[in-house]
Structure formats: structure tokens, C-alpha cells
Write a protein that binds this ligand. Structure first.
Ligand SMILES: [Zn+2]
Length: 435
């Protein structure tokens, strides 16, 4: 029986995964990941593996399988991807968000870049390699996870807490968001490999005052206290603090641009990044963005409490001063609690695994300049780093120069170039030969 090559199969796998709606609204009211998990498990079983499905809650399913390496002395490598996606408003889209259509050289749909593309690449590469009997030297653990888009509580976090044995021996991990290309105006092509992530603090603020009649003299108004605190948080600008990863990225960027790195004017350096400056700009400093506001129920009634939510992000190594500042800005009468809180992570840009990633990119794009960078958001890497793994974002994609890739994440008309998927398959295959 003849099989499609990995480069051909990846497109079909990506389409089919997109067609399985795994929208994650942040609670258990969505369709869950079970159907996608069963699909993935079947594709792995098809090539002789024995994947297992783990369910943290009804329909909240993750798949894990270990592929034995040829050298049992070596440490294992984890390759992880998430199966859930953020919801999509169908009317906003040019093509059906769960259609998985292949058109204009792209696979379209929710999850096309975040991250059913990588799930499909890993499946395609592993299926081909196992059919050909090409096992990697190290054990490779594959994990396809639930709930990343809501912080991983029912996916990566749950597995790390309840089944750490699955990851035994894993010293390093690759996952999203990295390995994608950024072509500069002078046609130099950077490939951004994630070596750090900001930490996150989603906070609920509660202001407490005295309830009363809106017509009377009143000096203890919860709405006034809350509004002032939200204003202070939203307008606060943290100082620029260059972490080792961000500094390394900016130096590489300047070198590729043929300019001198000026640590006193990094905002100008970031300005030249096009749409990506929104994300890279956010890695220069801690940030706070108010996102939800509420309180009261009638124009002439002063409520006793008012609430708000704020999305805070802090740089690796700067968590404590971040919260000191938040507490100063909150002032009296306003307290905070976490809706979700997770760590910042940062690892080394050196060693054989980094060399394997860089070499794989260069082998398939001679113009590639692999560079480390810090992600402004968070991924399941946070969970796996608590098991002591060095985590990298490496889901390789060669992208057209004019594509607003960072805008594709959670965006309308999310799509991934077919050529990019095929490139990613070649790079991952090369990488697995050298881990
Ligand atoms: Zn993602």
C-alpha cells in the first residue's frame, strides 16, 4: 500500500483538525477536545503507536504517547501542541472558520496557526518516519493537549499535576509560538525561536464603599474608587527593562538591519518591525491593560461594591516589582484577587538542541537567521518548565513577506500558507534526525 508523503499529508491533517470544532470558551460549555483527541490517537495508532487519552473532565481530553528512541541512555524530548482553539464569529469571516478549506494557497480556519498547523506537522512527520522505521535517537514524548487557550488548567497543568510520570526523563521541550519567519525590508529573514515568555496576572479588582442614595452627600463611593484605580493602572507606563532574551533579539535584529544597537533607544528599533512591533514592543516592559468593568444597577443607587478585571503581564525576573507597583496604584478601598496567575519563563539560547533547531532551518532556507525572542503571551511551556524542562517555541513556518502573522493568532480569517506547512514538515524531519 502506498502512503502520501508527509508533505502531502500535512495539508489534509491540518484541514481535518480544523473541521473538528474545539472552541474553548474558558469553561466546560464548549464542545471539548475529545473528538480531536480521538482523531489524533487514531492517526498515531495507525503507525503502530499506543497513544492514551487522558480526560481531566468530561470531553476535556489530551493525548500522550512515547516513541522509544534508539539510544535509551539519552534524555527524552517533549513535543507538545494544544488541540483547543479560541471561538470564532462565523459572520466576520471570509470563509467558514471550521471549514478547513484549502484556497489561495492557504489552509483556512480557526486553529490554522494556533496551533493545528503544528499538530498536523508533528503527526505527518511522525507517521512518515515510523512507516519508514526511522526512530529518533532520544525518546520523544508527544502531547496533544486540552485547554491551552484558557491557561491549561484542564490540559497541561492537569497532566503535570496528575500524571508527571508521562514526562519522565524529558529535559527539553518544543511547542508553539516560534520558528516562524519574519522578512525584514532589506529581505533578511529572521526565524524567531521562543526562549522566554512573560508571566501573566489576570486580576479581579473589587472596590468596597458604603451603599447609599445617589442624591445625598457621599464620600465613600465604590464606583469612584474603582474608576480611579482602573485609570491609574491603565495609564501607568512601566520602565523599559531589557531581559537577556529581548536584548539578544534586538541585537540580532540590528545586525540583520545593518544598524548599531542602541540600548537607550530600543523603541525605535522595535518600530521597524511592522505589525510584529505590537508583540515585541510588549516584551520591553511589564504591562497592565484594564479589560472588564462593572458595578451598580440603578442611576440613583450607590452600590456597595464595584468590580473590574485587568490583564497584567510581567517580564521574567520582574514579578515582585510588578505586584509592588500594582498594589501602590490600587490605593485604598480596592483589593485584588487572581482570575489566573502563571509564571514567566526564560531559558538558554545555546546547546545542542538550539543548534539542531537552527541547523534544520538553515538546511531548508539558506537565508535563515535563527534568533531568540520573548513571547508577550503564555503557552503550555509554563507548565512543562515546572518539571524542569527547558522549553522552546519551535513550530517552523516559512511565511510570505507581507503576511501579518502575529495578527492571525485569534484573528479573523486565520489561515496558514500550504508552502509554510510543507516547509515546516521538512524542517521538523531534519531536526528529528539531529536531536
Ligand atoms: Zn496556541
Amino acid at each position: 500500500m502506498s502512503h502520501p508523503s508527509a508533505e502531502d499529508e500535512v495539508v489534509e491533517l491540518c484541514s481535518e483538525l480544523i473541521r473538528i470544532d474545539t472552541s474553548n470558551p474558558g469553561d466546560h460549555s464548549g464542545p471539548g477536545e475529545r473528538q480531536a483527541a480521538e482523531y489524533v490517537a487514531e492517526k498515531l495508532a495507525d503507525v503502530g503507536l499506543e497513544p492514551k487519552i487522558y480526560e481531566s473532565h468530561e470531553k476535556r481530553s489530551s493525548v500522550v504517547v512515547r516513541i522509544e528512541g534508539t539510544d535509551p541512555e539519552r534524555d527524552a524530548l517533549l513535543i507538545h501542541g494544544h488541540l483547543d482553539v479560541v471561538p470564532a464569529q462565523k459572520d466576520d469571516w471570509t470563509r467558514a472558520p471550521f471549514g478547513g478549506e484549502v484556497a489561495d494557497g492557504c489552509v483556512w480556519g480557526r486553529g490554522a496557526v494556533d496551533m493545528k498547523d503544528m499538530d498536523a506537522m508533528v503527526l505527518a512527520v511522525m507517521r512518515e518516519r515510523l512507516r519508514q522505521g526511522r526512530r529518533p535517537e532520544r525518546d520523544v514524548v508527544l502531547a496533544f493537549l486540552a485547554d491551552e487557550e484558557a491557561g491549561g488548567t484542564w490540559g497541561a497543568h492537569w497532566l503535570v499535576d496528575n500524571h508527571p510520570e508521562l514526562f519522565e526523563g524529558c529535559t527539553e521541550a518544543i511547542g508553539e509560538v516560534g520558528g516562524f519567519s519574519l522578512t525584514l525590508p532589506n529581505d533578511q529573514r529572521l526565524y524567531l525561536i521562543e526562549t522566554a515568555e512573560k508571566g501573566l496576572a489576570w486580576m479581579r479588582l473589587t472596590a468596597t464603599g458604603t451603599a447609599g442614595h445617589g442624591s445625598m452627600v457621599h464620600h465613600d463611593n465604590a464606583v469612584t474608587a474603582l474608576a480611579a484605580a482602573v485609570g491609574r493602572l491603565g495609564e501607568h507606563e512601566f520602565p523599559i527593562q531589557l531581559t537577556k532574551t529581548v536584548r539578544a533579539f534586538l541585537e540580532e535584529l540590528c545586525e540583520a538591519n545593518g544598524t548599531e544597537f542602541d540600548p537607550d533607544d530600543v523603541e525605535k528599533t522595535v518600530e521597524g518591525l511592522g505589525p510584529l512591533k505590537r508583540m515585541i514592543g510588549a516584551t520591553l516592559r511589564n504591562t497592565l491593560n484594564p479589560t472588564v468593568l462593572g458595578g451598580g444597577y440603578k442611576a440613583n443607587v450607590i452600590p456597595q461594591t464595584a468590580i473590574a478585571q485587568v490583564d497584567g503581564r510581567f517580564l521574567p525576573g520582574h514579578e515582585e516589582e510588578f505586584f509592588d507597583t500594582v498594589d501602590e496604584l490600587l490605593g485604598e478601598h480596592v483589593s485584588r484577587e487572581f482570575v489566573h496567575h502563571d509564571i514567566a519563563v526564560e531559558t538558554e539560547w545555546e546547546g545542542p538542541l538550539v543548534e539542531a533547531m537552527a541547523a534544520a532551518l538553515r538546511a531548508h532556507d539558506p537565508q535563515a537567521r535563527p534568533v531568540p525572542y520573548c513571547l508577550s503571551g503564555g503557552t503550555d511551556a509554563k507548565s512543562f518548565s515546572t518539571l524542569g524542562m527547558k522549553c522552546y517555541g519551535f513550530a517552523p513556518l516559512k511565511l510570505p513577506k507581507d503576511l501579518d502573522f502575529s495578527g492571525m493568532f485569534h484573528g479573523i480569517d486565520e489561515r496558514v500558507p500550504v508552502d509554510g506547512l510543507r516547509f515546516g514538515v521538512r524542517v521538523l524531519d531534519h531536526f528529528l534526525d539531529h536531536i
